[in-house]
Ligand binder design. Structure first.
Ligand code: ATP
Length: 258
């Protein structure tokens, strides 16, 4: 079994007795572009917080042969787990290349970072190509468009040697062109890595997901291909409410096939 395989078993997160993630079982294989969808408050962000070590959890989250539950955030990052946040966290007053260099340095250690270098590390050059920002290497991050900032943040995860990448609503606020570009970027990344995308944008999900997990009230409600989850009456009910199962309404929210 490839070690780059994420397997959650009974993953549970409680906040003062409120169960936000409730005994979730989920497996994601390398090469998969898994979308995690569900209504507001379903527990999507909390789930990826738990896998990244940002909130305490019970159950297991197996990755790279280890259980991530109970491990410190930096230890989890060193096992190749990276994530982005809903709001991009780039250094606006630094250039694209500098942002990536610093992120790569976080991995390399301060000693290497302190050494003066005349050229950019290979990993930074490669990341700029992957995220399509090579031409903007010397542009200040603060001058980038919203979409470009998100791509830079993805690049900052890539240079840290992440092999499991979890993205929290990467296309929120993007233009249609930026969404398409992001989808193609995620497909390129998912060819080599394991990718989990938390998303509300159903058009984006339909265009780029290879598989989908639907969360509702902390639990896995459905899992499968886009067509399978769209056709699932339980998924339609969660998105539409009971008694609104007209085909036209279901299609308007979930797309054709619903
Ligand atoms: N730190 C916290 N303390 C208490 N409750 C929390 C905390 N973080 C999240 N919750 C609650 O857990 C539930 C799940 O929240 P979460 O943000 O994971 O949902 P989500 O599916 O990502 O929603 P959205 O799509 O709106 O971002 C919500 O009811 C939320 O209020």
């Amino acid at each position: 079994m490839n070690a780059d395989y994420l397997e959650l078993t009974n993953l549970t997160v409680s906040f003062d007795g409120f169960v936000a993630v409730d005994r979730v079982n989920m497996s994601v294989l390398p090469g998969d572009l898994r979308f995690l969808i569900g209504p507001n408050g379903a527990g999507k962000t909390t789930l990826i917080d738990a896998v990244s070590g940002l909130v305490p959890a019970t159950g297991t989250a197996r990755w790279a042969g280890e259980n991530l539950v109970g491990r410190k955030v930096h230890r989890i990052a060193r096992l190749g787990v990276g994530r982005t946040f809903q709001t991009a966290t780039v250094f606006e007053e630094l250039t694209v290349a500098q942002n990536l260099d610093i992120a790569a340095g976080a991995r390399r250690g301060l000693l290497t970072l302190a050494r003066r270098r005349t050229s950019l590390p290979e990993v930074v050059v490669k990341a700029m190509e992957t995220i399509g920002l090579t031409d903007l290497a010397d542009a200040l991050a603060g001058t980038l468009s919203h979409g470009q900032k998100q791509w830079l943040e993805i690049g900052m995860v890539l240079v840290q040697d992440a092999r499991l990448i979890m993205l929290d609503e990467p296309v929120a606020g993007m233009s249609a062109e930026e969404k398409d570009e992001t989808g193609r970027l995620l497909q390129r990344i998912a060819a080599d890595l394991t990718v989990v995308v938390v998303e509300h944008d159903m058009d984006f999900m339909r265009a780029f997901a290879t598989s989908v997990t639907v969360l509702h009230a902390g639990k896995v409600l459905a899992e499968g291909s886009v067509a399978q989850v769209q056709a699932d009456p339980r998924v339609q009910e969660v998105y539409l409410g009971p008694g609104e199962h007209s085909k036209a309404v279901a299609e308007a929210v979930l797309g054709e096939g619903a």
